[in-house]
Write a protein that binds this ligand. Structure first.
Ligand SMILES: Cc1cc2nc3c(=O)[nH]c(=O)nc-3n(C[C@H](O)[C@H](O)[C@H](O)COP(=O)(O)OP(=O)(O)OC[C@H]3O[C@@H](n4cnc5c(N)ncnc54)[C@H](O)[C@@H]3O)c2cc1C
Length: 433
């Protein structure tokens, strides 16, 4: 099988759950059992211990993007030039980072509460480049990151090569304090396995739309059954249009990644027995790379706006691109050393901010994780449950205030614009793939 997620393959499967059949009733319905939906389910069960909560997923739960991502729990994003200390975007960057810090804390809290074994390492990550020109204004960047609570350090030359076990990267900012790495399939499985009894899960059930009934309740229709509930939380992320919500101003991107076999003792010694690490690119289309605790290398170096999903043969070509990125970093590795290759969908927006809203009476939705939904999805799930429950907090206000995904032109203009932008970004990232 070509499209096989390595993280999922290396994780013990959770027990299966039946599809939705017949007419079911619930107090709360959650659509989408990824990080966001599962986090919302936990929060609703904590807020309303007597309530009947139903969660539905179109495939096996916890096997979408939430299991297929690169496993960075992001508190601090790399600041854009206009967000550097002293510039007019700094206040917004500061507000976003407070949300990011709360989100990474939410991940830690969930892991501790449910004792999730997901190879969590609170050891920070690197914004690293092979072309030093792609990491500009280093001093201002360090000051900015440190001003918002990060612990940031600049590395280059032999010190960097020794730390990462590769001479590919020429400069990096290590960014700690809230930034962590985890095995994503194990994290989201942990959220799934810890669901309390008040939550009923239906798997392999695709919801095709929401219907408002005459008594004000909402009915979600699946192929062999339906659920009627007073309150519905839509946690579909890239698939939000499938619930009939077309106004989120978000769009889906398809990403692909590969994971190698574990390095042998000899290969590991040759790279200096480096400790596990994670590297984020400073360019949107640059590679995300990890050396995992079990000595595998993961690379994600494609991200595409597509109107049709990648086919098997498309994915084969993407795997060659992964192999090229691997060889640049670790010349001893080739395509034959790749054990797993897979795709996943994320939800993006023009501004980089999410859609987080009460859509209409009883319907709440979130989308637009923009590649940092491990931590933010965990937080948004809780906050969406709180919003729908009528709760209020400074953090919820801040998230709602920042949730402005930006305007998208109508199709086909959007399709054309997105393709041109992607090509431009690919050229800008060509030294970093
Ligand atoms: C390759 C890749 C790398 C990434 N790397 C990172 C990273 O390092 N750090 C980070 O923070 N983020 C990363 N992301 C983004 C991150 O994975 C997402 O932001 C996060 O998983 C979103 O979680 P979610 O629960 O909102 O969505 P999902 O995990 O996508 O869950 C949505 C669920 O809805 C289900 N569904 C879809 N349609 C229907 C329907 N009609 N009816 C019922 N169910 C339906 C799907 O099956 C899915 O399980 C990455 C994403 C990808 C694809």
């Amino acid at each position: 099988m070509m499209n096989q997620c390595g993280w999922i393959a290396l994780t013990e499967p959770s027990p299966g759950h039946a599809p939705l059949r017949g007419a079911q009733k619930a107090d709360w319905l959650i659509i989408g059992a990824g990080i966001t939906g599962l986090s919302a389910a936990h929060s609703l069960a904590e807020l309303h211990p007597q309530a009947r909560i139903v969660i539905v997923d179109r495939q096996r739960a916890a096997q979408g993007a939430s299991a297929r991502n690169s496993g960075f729990a992001v508190a601090h994003e790399n600041p854009a030039d206009n967000e550097l200390l002293g510039h007019n975007g700094f206040a917004d960057y500061q507000a976003d980072t407070l949300i990011g810090l709360a989100a990474s804390q939410e991940v830690r809290t969930r892991i501790a509460r449910h004792q999730i074994d997901c190879e969590y390492r609170d050891s920070g990550y690197y914004f690293a480049v092979s072309d030093p020109g792609k990491l500009c204004r280093v001093e201002a960047r360090l000051q900015t990151l440190n001003a918002v609570g990060a612990s940031a350090q600049f590395l280059q030359g032999p010190q960097l090569a020794k730390t990462l076990g590769t001479e590919h990267y020429q400069a990096a900012i290590w960014c700690g304090n809230g930034n962590a790495l985890l095995q994503p399939a194990k994290y989201v499985k942990g959220l799934l396995d810890a669901l309390p009894e008040s939550v009923t899960l239906y798997e392999n059930t695709e919801i095709s739309g929401l219907e408002r009934l005459s008594d004000g309740q909402i009915r979600a229709n699946g192929p062999s059954g339906n659920v009627t509930a007073r309150q519905v939380l839509v946690c579909l992320n890239a698939f939000i249009p499938r619930a009939g919500i077309e106004t989120s101003s978000t769009f889906a991107m398809e990403l692909s990644a590969s994971l190698t076999r574990p390095l042998t003792d000899q290969e590991f010694a040759a790279i200096g027995s480096a400790a596990p690490w994670g590297v984020l690119s400073t360019r949107p289309l640059g590679a995300t790379v990890r050396l995992t605790p079990d000595r595998r290398v993961m690379i994600r170096n494609t991200a595409e706006y597509r109107t049709k999903d990648l086919t098997e043969s498309n994915l084969l070509l993407r795997r060659k691109h992964h192999a090229l990125g691997l060889q640049r970093r670790f010349p001893g590795l080739s395509e034959q050393d790749i054990q797993y290759t897979w795709t996943g969908h994320l939800s993006a927006s023009r501004s980089g901010q999410p859609y987080f809203a009460k859509v209409q009476e009883g319907i709440y939705a979130v989308a637009g994780c923009n590649g940092s939904g491990v931590a933010r999805g965990t937080l948004w799930g809780r906050l969406l449950a709180e919003l729908a429950s009528g709760a209020s907090s400074e953090l919820l206000h801040s998230v709602m205030h920042r949730a402005q995904p930006g305007w998208l032109p109508p199709r086909p203009f959007f399709d054309l614009g997105a393709k041109v932008r992607m090509r431009l970004e690919a050229v800008r990232a060509r030294t970093e793939i």
